[in-house]
Each structure stands twice: as structure tokens, then as C-alpha cells.
Design a protein around this ligand. Structure first.
Ligand code: HEM
Length: 419
């Protein structure tokens, strides 16, 4: 065992000792009732674990508590597992109970703990599926949001913010019903793919009968050895022009909702965008660069030398041509005038059946204080975007992500208080 692993091990032991001490649960482990998982759920009532999780000394840990949920202005991690869920319960009370139940479990997961310690009871299913045992927090962030359909399901349309509408149909959309919409989303991002998957797997497992997965997508970002912007599967730096996650004033303008029960929350737009790699790979570098209006290697905008150099989309050369082509993705996105916080991940999901083509692309995710910001950019890209030759939008969803949680509170409390 290396020294750092050893330290991790000691930290884990401390946290478990603390947990047993503080919860008064004996060394025999958490009592699991005859109903198996049901008993585990019961043991995880909302107040029991909260102070415990707070006392854990964990590595690579993102804070759960705060004004905003994690996973929005959290530095981008290497992996995502994103799930869109159908909600099966129809009463507000049951949903509220679910969020109360999930809250302390999310705290534990983000602290690098299993939802419940593994026991050696051979007679019942395991309380936590266990594949994250021995792994640390891995900077796990969990972001939970609710979709427009949920309000109808629960009969609380009066609380649906006007901004929360299904996205309009865009000209080049080829959306698949099974990759579209959802009542609730969980975005799990972490520096370890198994930690992200484990979190969602277990949250859903314990809510069995209350929620079910509608669609999900795993994704990744690869960072250069020296800090820098990750490249997408077209080999271009992706994420250069984004609001700074440390500029609170700007984030208030672009990302955070400032009214109603969603104050401090944000709208998440998810688009599953297939990238036709085979077509792209047959394209000359000149055409590839003209697609974005940026140079592949440096990431600099046309006419400039460095990635973060500012540029004027209207600038023209001596012949009167736009320096940044007016069909380029960046030209059109910038010209829309709308700003969004992009937090996307690449995906690779095998092959498209019977075509021999990679099923690969971008799980595009953006946060904004109003989904109309996304719509404005997407409309500007419209039919003009040169990138349309190389991509197809397959999935789409929009969610209102709850404000952050203060100690003693739970996810979505502001919504339930507004009922
Ligand atoms: C597979 C799909 C997509 C790919 C591969 C892609 C790639 C890129 C790249 C390489 C850049 C330039 C570097 C940067 O600033 O990050 C960029 C910029 C941008 N993209 Fe995309 N993008 C995609 C989809 C979208 C969508 C759906 C939207 C929103 C509707 C969008 C909005 C933007 C914005 C706002 C910028 C910054 C423009 C500026 O400089 O002001 N992108 N994208």
C-alpha cells in the first residue's frame, strides 16, 4: 500500500468510526429490516446521517452545501453520467419524501462514502451496490433538476416557472423520442467514471418504484497534461469562451435564476449530439478550421494567435471578406448575442447498427438563467452553421435545477414550501 493509499484508508476508518459513534449504530452494522432494501431506506432518514457526513475527512471532495447546487460552477471533472428519469409517484408528499431521503445520501456520496456501509449479512441484498468501495470522492458533484412534465404529473402547474417550457423544434433536429425529455434529471460528474455511475445507480435503486430511468448517457473530457481546455472528438478545444466560474456578478447575469422558488438555481439544457466522425475525418484541415472560425492547434480565433484572444466577428479583411467566416459555428454563436455556461462531455457508445459508423458525439450541457438564452444561440446557428454537415441532434431535455441546500434543509425544499 502506498503512503497516500494508506492515508486514504485511515481517513475512511475515521469516518466510519465517527459515523457509528454519532448515529449510535453498533459495530454489527446498520439494522436491515426483514424487507431488505426497504429497511435500509428507513435507516437513512434525513436527519440521521447529515452531521456524520459533515464530519468526514474526505479527499477530492466538492462541497454539497451552499447557495447553489454543485456541478454547475464546479470545475469541470473528467467524467459524467447523466440520467433523465420518469417519476412514478403522483403525490407531492411522496416526491418530497424522496428528496428528503436523497439529500443526506448525496452528501455521503460526495464525501466519498458509500450510501450505507457494506455489511456481511449474507441473507439480504446489499444496501449499497459497493463498486465505489475504496474509491475516494473523486470530486463527485450531483446536480438535480426537474422537467416541465413533472409539474403536470403532480398537479402543480401553477408553480411551473414560465421559462420552463419544452424546447422548440429546431430546423435540423432529428430527435429520438426515447432520448428526449424527462421528469427529473441527475447529473453526476466525477474524476472517476465508476464513482459517477455508482452515485446514480444507487440513488435510483433506492428509489425503486418511485422513479425509473428514461434515458442516460456517460461521457468524458480529457485534459492536457498541463492545464488547458479539453479537445472534443473533432480535435478542437471546446469550452474556451465561457463565463468565468469565479465571477459572481457575471454568473448572476448569465447562470443564476433570481426570482421565485428557483432563486439560486439554474436551467440545464441537455442535447445529445451525434458527431459524424467519418465525414469529419475526410475533411481537409482548412475546411475543419473554417467550420469553427478557430485554428485547431492553438484554438485561437481566425486572425489571432492565442486561444483566449478576443475577436470581433464583424471584422473583415482587405478584400471585404469576414475574417471569421459568417457560416462558422463561433461566428454565429457569438452573433446571437446570448450567453450560456457550457459544460459538455464527449461520448462514445459503440457503433450505429448496420452502418459501421461510430456512435459518438457530444453530450452538450449548458446552464443559463433562462432556457431562452440557449434557444437564441441555437436559432442563430440554425441552418447556417457549417458544423451542421457533421452533426445531428438526437436527444434533448430541459430541467430546472434546484437552488443549493443549506444545512438542515433538503433538495427542492423551496419548491415544496411554495406549495
Ligand atoms: C457537437 C456539437 C458542438 C460542438 C462540437 C461544438 C464545438 C465548439 C467549439 C470548438 C467552439 C469554439 C471554442 C469555444 O469557445 O469553446 C464552440 C463555441 C461555442 N459554442 Fe459550440 N459546439 C457544439 C454545439 C453547440 C451548441 C448546441 C451550442 C448552443 C446552442 C453551442 C454554443 C457555443 C457557444 C455559445 C460558443 C462560444 C461562442 C463565442 O465565442 O462567443 N455549441 N463550440
Amino acid at each position: 500500500m502506498t503512503e497516500s493509499n494508506n492515508e486514504k484508508w485511515i481517513n475512511k476508518k475515521i469516518s466510519r468510526y465517527e459515523m457509528l459513534k454519532l448515529t449510535g449504530i453498533g459495530a454489527a452494522g446498520i439494522a436491515i429490516g426483514a424487507s431488505g432494501l426497504g429497511g435500509v431506506i428507513k435507516a437513512m432518514s434525513y436527519n440521521v446521517f447529515e452531521p456524520v457526513a459533515d464530519s468526514i475527512i474526505a479527499r477530492n471532495k466538492v462541497d454539497f452545501y451552499g447557495k447553489h447546487q454543485s456541478g454547475i460552477v464546479t470545475p469541470v471533472q473528467k467524467n459524467i453520467y447523466f440520467a433523465s428519469l420518469n417519476v412514478l409517484v403522483t403525490s407531492k408528499k411522496e416526491l418530497q419524501e424522496l428528496f428528503k431521503q436523497w439529500t443526506p445520501l448525496v452528501v455521503r456520496l460526495m464525501n466519498g462514502e458509500l450510501m450505507v456501509d457494506l455489511t456481511n449479512n449474507i441473507r439480504i441484498p446489499t444496501g449499497d451496490t459497493g463498486e465505489a468501495e475504496g474509491l475516494d470522492g473523486s470530486n463527485l458533484s450531483i446536480t438535480i433538476g426537474i422537467g416541465p412534465s413533472l409539474f403536470e404529473k403532480l398537479g402543480i402547474q401553477h408553480l411551473k416557472p414560465n421559462e420552463l417550457q419544452d424546447l422548440p423544434h429546431f430546423p435540423k433536429d432529428q430527435l429520438q423520442q426515447e432520448l428526449t425529455g424527462g421528469d427529473l434529471c441527475i447529473q453526476a460528474c466525477a474524476d472517476d467514471p465508476q464513482v459517477a455511475f455508482h452515485a446514480i445507480r444507487n440513488l435510483i435503486r433506492l428509489a425503486s418504484g418511485k422513479v425509473e430511468i428514461k434515458w442516460s448517457q456517460a461521457g468524458f473530457n480529457s485534459f492536457p497534461a498541463e492545464e488547458g481546455t479539453p479537445r472534443n472528438l473533432f480535435a478542437f478545444k471546446d469550452g474556451t469562451v465561457n463565463p468565468s466560474i469565479t465571477d459572481g456578478k457575471d454568473l448572476n447575469k448569465v447562470v443564476w435564476v433570481d426570482k421565485g422558488w428557483l432563486k439560486g438555481g439554474s436551467y440545464l439544457v441537455a442535447r445529445k449530439i451525434q458527431m459524424h466522425l467519418e465525414t469529419w475525418d475526410r475533411t481537409s484541415l482548412k475546411d475543419q478550421e473554417a467550420t469553427f472560425g478557430r485554428y485547431r492547434d492553438s484554438g485561437a480565433p481566425f486572425g489571432k494567435t492565442k486561444e483566449f484572444d478576443d475577436f470581433d466577428v464583424e471584422a473583415k479583411d482587405s478584400k471585404g471578406d469576414y475574417i471569421m467566416p459568417n457560416t462558422s459555428h463561433v461566428h454565429l454563436a457569438r452573433k446571437s448575442g446570448a450567453r450560456i455556461l457550457r459544460r459538455s462531455y464527449s461520448y462514445v457508445s459503440g457503433v450505429i447498427s448496420n452502418t459501421g459508423a461510430h456512435d459518438a458525439g457530444l453530450i452538450f450541457i449548458s446552464f443559463q438563467k433562462d432556457p431562452a438564452q440557449f434557444t437564441t444561440v441555437q436559432k442563430s446557428l440554425g441552418r447556417m452553421d457549417k458544423m451542421n454537415e457533421y452533426i445531428t441532434h438526437r436527444g434533448s431535455a430541459v430541467f430546472a435545477c434546484f437552488p443549493g441546500v443549506q444545512k438542515g434543509s433538503y433538495l427542492g425544499e423551496a419548491l415544496f414550501n411554495a406549495l
